[in-house]
Design a protein around this ligand. Structure first.
Ligand code: ARG
Length: 476
């Protein structure tokens, strides 16, 4: 057991208590961020004259040496330390002696862990955003290739009106675009530096918090030290955004599972993204889509869990907050995995255009357009609705589509029908004439696709120079 706080204790910690309390098994995940934060802290302490230049150089050398040794496998992070902060400090003192004992001047583990967690999640927001962007690129390509791939649009999972595959996929494009904009705003809201808040009430050392914040790429320091050490809103917001991404992926997966079924056969998931059955030789299962759908519950669980953990915590730091980590890390890794796999599954999936089109032609998806045909020729809409209703009944009886009836049969139902009806209710016409903004008609769709393309050429991470921050972070 290696603890930072033995001084006022007369007994050893009970072994079970030690294990229950320790966090190193999971907080080693932000080892890199812990070192990064300590480096900035030490540079600031020296600038403020709180450490000498010699002490600073010694500590920086020690810290970078520890980082290199861990990264290159010469130094193992072992569980005899309570948490990653204790590990780094202990190793530093082991290596450089007394100067190492000055690292923690003007700092508490409370503001330290608040910083590490922020640095870690801040970077992950960017990685998740990149993965969503990659998915968007794939979706846009599918959209461009399928502007005239007709398929039924559904309400209540019943065929409603014809749309195109581009239009259907375009709905998800909008969802994932909103997900990115959520990530962007979360990034900005969380991008303030808690370091310097101390245990809860700041410190008496003349720290330059603006300077530390700038060194670490934050927009500024946080403005209330008690809030700084006890705020986990950014974790909750991030988990909420991740949950929404999973909800979108899950809906899409549900459709793919349905489309991939033998009853629909709209798509065929690639062999590389399917699995077989141990007993039924004919089976090819959409396990990946099912797993993504299933893992959604796990990410929601993390959100609900942390919301609940936080709701009863008085100011300022309380140990309950240690519970934010495992679930958040798991949720982030889960979402990243799901995004990458989902993108691959969709990219390699075969869309059976002929089956989709045939399906769009059955099920009277053109009934609304047939009613509109009558309306244009002077029949009041309510009457037209009734006439087409009877027409559909006749067709169900004869097991055919509206356009399979002869003009004579049609005229028996309404004398207003003429031979130009067939063209007016063809799939191409039904879809092509839907030209309001956001509708599936080719010209309307074309404009949206241009706008989406333009959207993908611009990138908020690029525009704000965040890629540079990220490169620096991975260099550090
Ligand atoms: N492992 C702790 C956490 O994750 C670090 C902060 C410890 N602070 C304290 N006062 N015990 O929250």
């Amino acid at each position: 057991m290696a603890q930072l706080w033995g001084g006022r204790f007369t007994k050893e910690t009970d072994q079970l208590v030690y294990q229950f309390n320790a966090s190193i098994s999971f907080d080693q995940k932000f080892f890199g961020q812990d070192i990064e934060g300590s480096i900035a802290h030490v540079v600031m302490l020296a600038k403020q004259g709180i450490l000498t230049k010699e002490e600073k150089d010694l500590i920086l050398k020690g810290l970078t040496g520890i980082r290199q040794d861990v990264e290159e496998g010469r130094l193992a992070i072992t569980e005899e330390y309570e948490d990653i902060h204790s590990f780094v400090e202990a190793k530093l003192i082991e290596r450089i002696g007394d100067a190492g004992k000055k690292l923690h001047t003007g700092r508490s583990r409370n503001d330290q862990v608040a910083l590490d967690m922020r640095l870690y999640t801040r970077l992950e927001v960017l990685y998740v955003d990149e993965l969503v962007k990659e998915l968007l690129c794939t979706l846009l390509r599918i959209m461009e290739e399928n502007m005239e791939t007709y398929m039924p649009g559904f309400t209540h999972l019943q065929k409603a009106q014809p749309v195109t595959l581009a239009h259907h996929i375009g709905a998800y494009f909008e969802m994932f675009k909103r997900d990115r904009s959520r990530l962007k705003s979360i990034y900005h809201r969380m991008n303030y530096c808690p370091l310097g808040a101390g245990a809860l009430a700041g410190t008496t050392y003349p720290l330059d918090r603006n300077y530390t914040a700038a060194l670490l790429g934050f927009e500024g320091p946080t403005l209330n030290s008690m809030d700084s050490v006890s705020d986990r809103d950014y974790v909750i917001e991030f988990l909420s955004a991740l949950s929404t991404i999973m909800m979108h992926l899950s809906r899409f997966c549900e459709e793919i599972i349905i489309w991939n079924s033998d009853e629909y056969r709209f798509v065929e998931i690639d062999d590389a993204y399917s699995t077989g059955s141990s007993i039924m030789p004919q089976k090819k299962n959409p396990d990946i889509a099912e797993l993504v759908r299933g893992k959604t519950g796990r990410v929601y669980g993390a959100l609900l869990s942390i919301l609940t953990t936080m709701k009863g915590i008085p100011l300022a730091y309380n140990k309950d907050m240690q519970e934010d980590k495992e679930l958040t890390f798991d949720a982030i890794d889960t979402v990243k995995g799901c995004l990458a796999l989902f993108e691959g599954m969709v990219r390699t999936m075969k869309f059976r255009k002929d089956v989709m089109e045939r399906s769009a032609m059955r099920g009277f998806t053109n009934a609304t357009d047939a009613a509109d045909y009558l309306v244009v020729r002077g029949v009041p809409f309510r009457d037209a609705h009734g006439i087409i209703g009877r027409l559909v009944l006749t067709c169900i009886d004869k097991q055919c589509s509206i356009e399979d009836l002869s003009i004579e049969e049609l005229k028996e139902i309404s004398p207003v029908f003429e031979a130009d009806l067939y063209d007016a209710i063809s799939l191409k016409t039904c879809v092509g004439r839907r030209l309001t903004v956001g509708a599936p008609g080719k010209d309307a769709m074309q404009k949206v696709i241009e706008a989406q393309k333009e959207y993908l050429t611009r990138d908020w991470q690029d525009e704000e120079g965040i890629y540079m921050t990220k490169d620096k972070e991975s260099e550090r």
